[in-house]
Ligand binder design. Structure first.
Ligand SMILES: [Mg+2]
Length: 283
C-alpha cells in the first residue's frame, strides 16, 4: 500500500504496545479498564503508544479511544483497517498525494464487496445466510443485547460482515467456507456470528504499522491478548503477553509472557506493562 507515516512532533519511545480490548485491556464482565489505569498513565507519561487492536468497528473504537484519552492510531475489525485520529502524533500520508493525510488505511476488502460476496455465496450454495447488512437495528439489538446506540456503532462495519446461517445442514459451514475461499475470502467463527472477511488478521495490521514505525527508533513491540484471534498479533511482536485466566490454555508461542495465577485481563495488563516499562527504561 502506498502510504507512509509522518511524525508530527518529537517522539522517542522505546516500547510500542499493541493490545486487544475485550478480556485484555477491558474486564470481560464490566468492560472497565480501571485496573490498568496506573500502567496506562505511565505509558502516557513516557509517550509509549498504546495501539488498540480489536475486532470492534471504527465507530466503537473511536469512542473508547476518546474515553481512554488515547490519540494513537488504532486497528479495527480484526486487522481490517487502521484509523489515524486527527490528533495522533503519527499521521498517514499517501505516497502520491504529498501533504494529504488519511484518516484510515484499508487492509481488508471493502464492506460493499463483502456484502455482495455473501449474497453470491448464498445463491451459489443454496444456503440461507443472513448478514448484518440485511438486519434491522431491532434485530441486531435482540441478537447482541447491545443498546440502540452501541448497536448502531457495531453496525458501522467496513471490513468484516457478521452473518448467521439459517439452515442447519451439517455441512453448511464447510460449503460456505469453500465458496468464500474461491473468492479469496475467509470465514471465521465468532462468539455470536460467523464473520466473512478478506485474508487479513490482527498480526498483518501490526506488521503494516511497525514496518513504518521502525525508522523512528529502536522500538520493542509488545502484544497483549487473551484469545485465539490475538495469536497472529502475538506472533508478530517482539514481546508477546497472554493475559487470559489461568484455566484457558495458552498458545505455543516462543517467549510468551504469562500473567500470574491470580491476575488476568486489565489487572494483569497493569502488572506486565509496568514491569516492562521498568525493565526497558531501567527505572
Ligand atoms: Mg479478547
Amino acid at each position: 500500500m502506498g502510504a507512509e507515516l509522518c511524525l508530527m512532533r518529537p517522539w522517542h519511545a522505546r516500547l510500542v504496545i499493541f493490545t486487544d480490548l475485550d478480556g485484555t485491556l477491558l474486564d470481560p464482565v464490566t468492560y472497565s479498564w480501571q485496573a490498568a489505569k496506573p500502567a496506562m498513565e505511565a505509558c502516557a507519561r513516557m509517550d509509549i503508544p498504546v495501539i488498540l487492536n480489536s475486532s470492534k468497528t471504527g465507530a466503537e473504537m473511536a469512542r473508547l479511544a476518546r474515553q481512554m484519552d488515547i490519540a494513537w492510531p488504532y486497528i479495527v475489525e480484526n486487522g481490517g483497517g487502521i484509523c489515524f485520529p486527527k490528533e495522533s502524533p503519527f499521521q498517514c500520508m499517501e505516497d502520491d498525494t504529498p501533504g494529504r493525510s488519511l484518516d484510515h488505511i484499508a487492509i481488508g476488502i471493502s464492506y460493499d464487496r463483502l456484502c455482495e460476496a455473501l449474497l453470491q455465496i448464498s445463491a451459489e450454495t443454496g444456503i440461507g445466510i443472513r448478514g448484518f447488512s440485511q438486519m434491522s437495528p431491532d434485530e441486531i439489538i435482540s441478537l447482541t443485547g447491545l443498546d440502540r446506540k452501541d448497536a448502531r456503532r457495531a453496525a458501522q462495519r467496513q471490513y468484516d460482515e457478521p452473518f448467521l446461517i439459517e439452515n442447519t445442514l451439517p455441512d453448511a459451514l464447510e460449503q460456505i467456507r469453500k465458496t468464500a475461499a474461491c473468492m479469496g475470502l475467509q470465514v471465521t467463527p465468532g462468539g455470536r456470528f460467523y464473520h466473512l472477511h478478506g485474508k487479513f488478521d490482527k498480526g498483518k495490521a501490526v506488521e503494516w504499522l511497525t514496518a513504518r514505525l521502525k525508522p523512528f527508533g529502536d522500538i520493542r513491540r509488545v502484544g497483549i491478548g487473551d484469545s485465539e484471534n490475538d495469536i497472529p498479533m502475538l506472533e508478530a511482536v517482539d514481546i508477546p503477553v497472554w493475559v487470559a485466566p489461568p484455566e484457558k490454555p495458552a498458545p505455543a508461542i516462543d517467549g510468551l509472557l504469562r500473567s500470574g495465577k491470580t491476575s488476568s485481563g486489565p489487572k494483569a495488563w497493569n502488572q506486565v506493562v509496568l514491569s516492562l516499562i521498568r525493565e526497558r527504561y531501567s527505572l
